[in-house]
Design a protein around this ligand. Structure first.
Ligand SMILES: Cc1ncc(COP(=O)(O)O)c(C=O)c1O
Length: 420
């Protein structure tokens, strides 16, 4: 007997197919655009100069001579690839140095380096959690967290973004599930750039006997006096059980890390499938990350953290003054604002967001577009982000383009959302 169902049918019938076809015909697809040089404040992209407001190179270190040198030295000493997993034949002394340096920076007993940040989340969640456990996740958590939860087959109890009353409800329910409980949140949420209220989350976890894991992908090398992330900034490092971060943002490389108690890290080392059954990151990636960590931890780190946040404030103010609806920085209970390098402009409608993106692209400014499911339905936004190495003249240039594009765009397509 033959099946009547072709598993490839979904490739020909998925819901975004028509939209994608039209967008392609109009050259309006905001994804897979080709860079023709390094990710710097101003880039060459598809034959034109464009101001880069769409990268995660928060400290601008991809162009730093010392980070390039770290990559080159590793390349020369260890070759182009390690051709195997960390577990069998892909661990070099740079991995061990990097793990020691990261654990020391984050103030944890141990750290484990993965080939990507996605695998770090998959590898930690998929191993620490099992089918008898419950995982409670914020609805705004990164996709790799969700993938790790699914891999683990633990019971998933999501709660609405940053709603502490709903987190508490889920914790109450979870205590009846019968297994261990892990709460997992982004420290800085990748699309909206807002911050998790970690002191309240840690308090709720403690009260219900749950463990807490924080993804510091967008906060490491940015927030806190040491640049150790949201947990440091909000003073809860000793109450966060596991911390995850990637090297693909401030650290100007590729890779990921899980940091926490040595027994848990040792367990991951010998039981985490996304750690054990994939090739180790290439030596150049490890060498670059190590050099970037050392810059973050030097005196210069403080200046870079301050500069990226001051640029974020500048861009936020500029876009707001032009009348765009910009997501406001998180306000802590004591009234202080937490600025992050992510400065999102709310558009709402998917098609309008793509049109606005294209108008900006043609005007020489590159930003990212976030559509559902990366954001809630009808919550399309342009995700702009800054680097420590942007200077005000480049940000002013981008703001001028935003201003002229807005005028023309609103004449043709109606008003964009303004201030709330
Ligand atoms: C919050 C968050 N966690 C994890 C990841 C995955 O990291 P990587 O891209 O280094 O695999 C990302 C990357 O986009 C992220 O934004």
């Amino acid at each position: 007997m033959r099946t009547q169902v072709d598993v490839f049918a979904k490739a020909r019938e998925h819901e975004r197919l028509e939209q994608l076809k039209t967008a392609r015909e109009l050259d309006m697809v905001p994804y897979f655009r080709v860079l023709e040089g390094a990710t710097l404040p101003v880039v060459e992209m598809e034959g034109s100069r464009r101001v880069m407001l769409g990268s995660n190179n928060y400290l601008g270190l991809t162009g730093d001579e010392r980070v390039r040198q770290g990559a080159l030295e590793a390349l020369h000493k260890y070759g182009t690839g390690l051709t195997g997993s960390r577990f069998l034949n892909g661990t070099i002394d740079l991995h061990l140095e990097l793990e020691a340096e990261l654990a020391d920076w984050l103030g944890t007993e141990a750290a484990l380096v993965f080939s990507t940040g996605h695998q770090a989340n998959l590898g930690a969640l998929g191993t620490i959690l099992g089918p008898g456990d419950t995982v409670i996740a914020d609805s705004g958590d990164h996709a790799s967290i969700l993938d790790g939860c699914i891999l683990s087959r633990a019971k998933l109890r999501p709660f609405r973004h940053n709603r502490m009353d709903l987190l508490e409800k889920q914790l109450e329910r979870a205590t009846g599930d019968g297994g261990g409980i892990l709460v997992v949140v982004d420290g800085v949420f990748s699309m909206e750039g807002d911050v998790a209220p970690l002191p309240e989350i840690a308090e709720l976890c403690q009260r219900h006997g749950a463990r807490l894991m924080v993804d510091e992908a967008h906060a490491l090398g940015v927030l806190g006096a040491r640049g150790a992330g949201t947990s440091e900034l909000l003073g809860v490092e000793d109450r966060v059980d596991l911390r995850m971060a990637t090297f693909s943002k401030s650290l100007a490389s590729c890779g990921g890390v899980i940091a926490g108690p040595s027994d848990v890290v040792e367990f991951l080392r010998i039981a985490s499938r996304p750690f054990m059954f994939t090739a180790s990151g290439v030596p150049a990636a490890v060498g670059a990350a190590l050099a970037a960590v050392r810059i973050c931890r030097s005196e210069e780190g403080h200046e870079l953290f301050a500069r990226v946040l001051s640029n974020a404030r500048y861009l936020h103010r500029g876009l707001s003054e032009l009348g765009f609806r910009v997501v406001e920085p998180t306000r802590l209970p004591d009234g202080t604002e937490v600025v992050t390098p992510v400065v999102p402009v709310v558009v709402g409608d998917d098609w309008k967001a793509a049109l606005l993106w294209k108008a900006l692209y043609d005007a020489g400014v590159y930003v990212n577009v976030a559509l559902h499911p990366a954001v809630p339905p009808a919550g399309a936004l342009l995700r702009t982000s800054v680097m420590a190495t942007h200077d005000e003249s480049v940000l002013d240039e981008a703001l001028e383009r935003f201003a002229s594009v807005k005028r023309t765009f609103e004449r043709e397509h109606g008003e964009l959302p303004g201030h709330l």
